[in-house]
Design a protein around this ligand. Structure first.
Ligand code: ATP
Ligand code: MG
Ligand code: MG
Ligand code: MG
Length: 573
């Protein structure tokens, strides 16, 4: 590639809505362009990276025996109604109507469609196992799209779906995908960790998330450095039993109501506290001196109760109306996850007392719906504030004994870039996707599904690899592997000639090379490529050439080194 014929558009400053490093640098490097909230154009420089990510994913999927297809973006509502997800998915599912008023979903994921394909195509056990995958645009109407490609609404995902005869086969398919993921993230050159996870809304029997390790990650990962134990925080907490007292909470410096302790509320409601975290929102209208005041509370409980069951419960001592919301509603309305406690809609400082005291929470409790919380210079909002603020409220903390008894736990932060699920027969039963076994009897297909956030990987890679000059791409996914920077191209025939020769030699060696023939001054030229993050740079100058030398600098090197002209291609390879 020649820079003069490519499209390069760099910025000195990031736009003000870019908050985290990866978003800022991708905007500055001209890799993406915002069209709307969570919706981006992938500019040529960014698309080059996306294509490299896709190529590695595709290669490893094919190698693992998965078969590529493409499915419709726009999918009939009836299919989603068969599994109940038309209702279950809530507002994240983008819905559209056609001219006849028929309803459709824009694919946020495609279990329904692939199950529909398979139920009509697969007749016999002889056709199994099967694994189909697609690399495609998905749309999720995220409540809070942010951080560029990290949490977009429109984004690219690789999703694979496996179909097996029995549980054993499905677990084998799952392991094959797990191993393929390990290869993929290793090839990306990123530091990552696979952790046990809950299946969540998608259902099924077991799952693992793959996280790129980065201090700015949204998720807390719990692992044991001296054993194989690793889980995301939700899964680790669900597993933890009897290690810690249930947290209690007190409201201080607020007039009404005086105190709300989780334990007390649980007692009043007749709920047995256990180790499963539950959060309820409680609206309390209280009459005092003839005046009715309304207070909203988030209460953190531990109990295996159904929230609906306690809807009608009374809380003695608190007069007036109150209601309990479902967890979903809490997420939707208050934008926070279970795990912390505090009044919503008051500005009063709150101290949360667990088995240790957490910081004053007034900073993030500033309004009913909008909240600012700053961490790493970025505004994470209330939901992102949760993992940072309430670390001390967690049921699992660093130094706890590992559940496998092989050491103590450590915690680090990660960005979820992949997720593998054992789905079992949830979808095949709901959609009557069966095959005929050896005895000619119909049996439901055992399924697994396996996602990779292709576009999110760009953001995650940058969060892990950057410096004050810009991005530092791992070579395998860099937009270009090598940039040639000729000095005085228009003045020196020698430079021109040697640049052309080197350009051809690099291409012949299979190096993805770009020659910067834009005629920029060296400072501006170098700054661009450091920002864009190309791993190898070779400067071609007349003086060096006369001594048979080129100036090489790796993106992480602090200074350049001279490399003999004859050796340069081998040196980079
Ligand atoms: P998150 O917890 O970040 O919302 P998820 O658990 O909802 O992600 P999955 O349903 O597991 O996501 O989808 C598979 C993969 O797709 C995720 O591991 C992630 O890498 C990617 N992904 C999910 N949502 C987005 C998004 N809004 N923007 C970019 N990538 C996404
Ligand atoms: Mg999500
Ligand atoms: Mg997730
Ligand atoms: Mg997930």
């Amino acid at each position: 590639m020649r820079a003069s014929r490519f499209f390069i558009s760099t910025l000195k400053e990031a736009p003000s809505d870019a908050e985290i490093v990866s978003h800022k640098l991708m905007m500055r490097a001209g890799m993406i362009k915002r069209l709307g909230s969570g919706i981006y154009t992938y500019m040529p420089m960014g698309l080059k990276v996306i294509r490299k990510v896709e190529a590695i994913v595709r290669e490893e999927m094919n190698r693992a025996g998965a078969i590529e297809l493409l499915m419709p973006l726009v999918q009939p509502a009836e299919l989603w109604q068969e599994t109940g997800r038309w209702d279950k998915m809530g507002p994240e599912l983008m819905r559209v109507k056609d001219r006849h008023g028929r309803e459709f979903a824009i694919q946020p994921t495609s279990e329904e469609v692939i199950t529909d394909v398979v139920r009509s195509e697969i007749k016999s056990y002889r056709q199994l196992p099967l694994n189909f995958y697609h690399i495609q645009t998905k749309f999720r109407d995220e409540r809070r799209p942010r951080f560029g490609l990290m949490r977009g609404r429109e984004f690219t995902m690789k999703d694979a779906y496996s179909f097996d005869r029995d549980l054993e086969g499905m677990q084998k398919s799952y392991q094959i995908m797990f191993d393929a993921y390990t290869k993929i993230f290793t090839r990306f050159g990123l530091k990552f960790r696979a952790v046990a996870a809950d299946n969540g809304a998608i259902g099924g029997t077991g799952s693992h998330e793959f996280h790129v390790i980065a201090s700015t990650g949204e998720d807390a990962l719990v692992y044991c450095p001296t054993s194989d134990y690793a889980a995301n925080m939700e899964a680790a907490e669900a597993l933890a039993t009897g290690t810690r007292a249930a947290p209690t909470a007190e409201l201080t410096k607020t007039a009404t109501p005086k105190a709300a302790k989780c334990e007390d509320v649980a007692k009043l409601l007749g709920i047995e506290l256990s180790k499963t975290l539950k959060t309820i929102a409680l609206t309390v209208e209280q009459e005092q001196d003839g005046k009715v005041t309304k207070q909203y509370f988030m209460l953190l409980l531990r109990g295996d109760h159904e929230l609906n069951e306690i809807k009608a419960a009374k809380v003695p001592g608190l007069t007036g109306a109150y209601r309990f919301s479902t967890e979903e509603e809490i997420l939707e309305v208050y934008g926070c996850k279970p795990g912390y406690l505090g009044p919503i809609g008051t500005k009063a400082p709150v101290t949360v007392v667990a088995d240790r005291t957490v910081a004053n929470m007034s900073d993030f409790v500033t309004g009913a719906n909008e909240v600012d919380f700053h961490y790493t210079g970025a505004n994470w909002g209330r939901d992102m504030a949760e993992p940072h603020i309430t670390a001390d409220l967690r049921n699992v903390v660093e130094g706890d004994a590992s559940p496998d008894g092989k050491g103590v736990l450590a915690i680090e932060r990660g960005i979820e870039v992949g997720h593998v699920f054992q789905l079992g027969t949830a979808y095949s039963e709901a959609m009557k996707a069966t095959y005929l076994d050896e005895n000619g009897k119909p049996a439901p297909l055992q399924m697994g599904c396996y996602g990779i956030g292709v576009t999110r990987i760009l953001g995650a890679a940058i969060e892990q690899n950057f410096d004050d000059k810009g991005i530092i791409w791992p070579t395998s996914i860099a937009p270009f592997e090598l940039v040639l920077c000729p000095m005085g191209l228009d003045r020196s025939e020698l430079v021109k000639e040697e640049t052309e020769k080197l350009y051809a030699a690099a291409q012949a060696a299979g190096i993805d090379v770009i020659v910067d023939d834009r005629g920029l001054r060296p400072g501006a030229m170098f700054a661009d490529w450091e920002l864009i993050g190309v791993p190898h740079r070779v400067v071609i100058g007349e003086r060096g050439l006369k001594e048979g030398q080129l100036e090489y600098q790796g993106r992480r090197d602090t200074e350049a080194t001279n490399v003999p002209l004859a050796d340069i291609v081998d040196f980079i390879k």
